[in-house]
Write a protein that binds this ligand. Sequence first.
Ligand code: NZQ
Ligand code: ZN
Length: 387
Amino acid sequence: MLGNFTYHNPTKLYFGKDALDSLAEAVNGFGPNVMLSYGGGSIRRSGLYDRVLSVLHACGKTVIEDGGVMPNPTYDRVLLGAKRARENGIDLILAVGGGSVCDYAKAVSVSAYCSEDPWEKFFVRGEEPSERILPVGCVLTMTGTGSEMNGGSVITNRERMIKKGHVFGSEVMPRFSILDPTLTYTLPEWQMVAGIYDAFNHICEQYFSGEDENVTDYLCEGLMRALISASYRAKKDPHDYEARSDIMWAATWALNTLLDKGKTTDWEVHMLGQAVGAYTDATHGMTLSAVSLPYYRHILKYGLKKFRRFAISVWGVSEEGSDEEIAKKGLAALENWMKDMGLVLNISDLGVTPDMIEDIADATFIQEGGYHVLTRDEIVEILKESL
Ligand code: NZQ
Ligand code: ZN
């Protein structure tokens, strides 16, 4: 293990089929005014909305409605939520939904009492909150982002055509998250597989960095193998509880501050995917799958040893042949799995046209922790190969 670090994750998790029974305990101790933030209606259709509302009412909470948070939440919507939270003297933001609602809740949490422009402070200058932070709790309905146990908040600024994240510290992480795998049964297959790939790629982003023999890499390989195995079972039978619970648990650990320890981490696939997302509003996991293979093929020669290890340890590729041959077989196995899952493999399928490439390249942030620091020309090349 390299580096010095402090490890602390304050999010309390309630996991399993009966996890929602713990909601009353989880909200106990917070003040009476709860802002119930949720998405476009899936929780109303599934009946979860009524279940959550009845617990909150039984606990004597005053519920302030905050529905209609869109996937890839926008900065305008964050400002609306922040105003609503402030005006109603909110004591707890309860996010019921996927990563978008959880990310949105964290952005509202730090913006409600922020005395300056929150976009400039948090997402441009990357500063930490210096004013009151509202506590956030989550009831997760879609797995993939890890937002349920991290400080990440990714917001789209439509005016500036930028999708950008800030990873806040432990004081902004959810105080608790309810993780009931059965709540994900109603997800359309498209969203389920997008979430699986999102979680898988979070692991890759952390795994593909560094040259040392790191305990984190072994954790990464175990989680990747668990996700691959569960993905086939869940695709065959979406009500396979074992599979859905494995996916949920693996996705939480894929991005809850554990796997970046001792790693420089890459995150360039996410930067490319987020730029595509800013221009298309496409499903997050699909923006990642659409750029991954051209990106990994591009950097393979710079991180050959790790790509060789990925092929052998994650995909079971035989150790016969040159390092490059083995590494390429690993990426071929990754591609086959992505095809089996029905993931999007081209950005043109997400609405990108050749004339958009230059703008998307301008919106792509360059990261420095992976095996190769991209130039702008290389970003254009990778985006063109992803078309
Ligand atoms: O809005 P509703 O009606 O609820 O529908 C949602 C939405 O349309 C639907 N859905 C969610 N749970 C469902 C369901 N439909 C049926 N049954 C259920 N149980 O699924 C759609 C997508 O939901 P969303 O929350 O947008 O998906 P996801 O969890 O993938 O979140 C994506 C957002 O998280 C950000 C992404 O950039 C994107 O904005 N990320 C957050 C990260 C973090 N906090 O660390 C890291 C990630 O890399 C990612 O960037
Ligand atoms: Zn992601």
